[in-house]
Ligand binder design. Sequence first.
Ligand SMILES: C[S@@+](CC[C@H](N)C(=O)[O-])C[C@H]1O[C@@H](n2cnc3c(N)ncnc32)[C@H](O)[C@@H]1O
Length: 225
Amino acid sequence: MKLENIVPWGRSFAEYQAMFKLTNTDLQQNILGCGDGPAAFNKELTQRGGQIISIDPIYEFSASQIKNRINAVYDEVLSQVENNKTNFVWKNIKSVDELGQIRMQAMNDFLTDYDDGKQQGRYLSGSLPKLDFSDHQFDLALCSHFLFLYSDHFTLEQHIKSVLELCRVAKEVRIYPLVSLDGKGSPHLDLVIDKLNEYNIETQLQPVDYQFQQGATKMLVASTN
Ligand SMILES: C[S@@+](CC[C@H](N)C(=O)[O-])C[C@H]1O[C@@H](n2cnc3c(N)ncnc32)[C@H](O)[C@@H]1O
């Protein structure tokens, strides 16, 4: 993976909690964060005594490389949001400036934790659709803003393999959002659900409290218990 092709962008612990409807019981489980990038979820959950491993291809890079890349893309990402403001719901986050502050705070939190987390094995370089974990090593796998969002870049076959792989390594999988970058429902969603059901994996579409991207009101929950 080339760093210049990556747009690092990370969400906060509170956003993860809302996107995945995480209860205190959920937060006490053994969690995999898949495609966590520069999000602050791992840092804050660890501080709260939780158990989490995050995987992402960007973890092959150093903190200073990721930081430089964040600084290089930050203005461009915000100006794209500004130009497409109607694609977002400005309720919890009130303005593009506030969005920038929340994202930068989360990414700085991540950066301050990254070296320690790498040493402790909490940030591992890895990529779907193949994960280097044993069967049901995790209670819960979370995938925020990667699967379904990048439906144009990641094929249906890659989606199916990835979600099956997440179900292999975790007893329960939650994925959010289910819309692609254009705000339309992902064309892969129904076919992925059909495939999971073929494997006797139970699926539910559950409404969540979090909404920022228009139309992103639900998460996919897949359970293999
Ligand atoms: C938009 S960011 C979301 C980051 C974080 N999950 C959040 O919601 O704040 C998408 C992340 O997916 C990661 N990614 C790209 N390809 C991946 C793959 N094949 N498997 C896992 N993660 C991948 C990127 O490196 C990036 O960090």
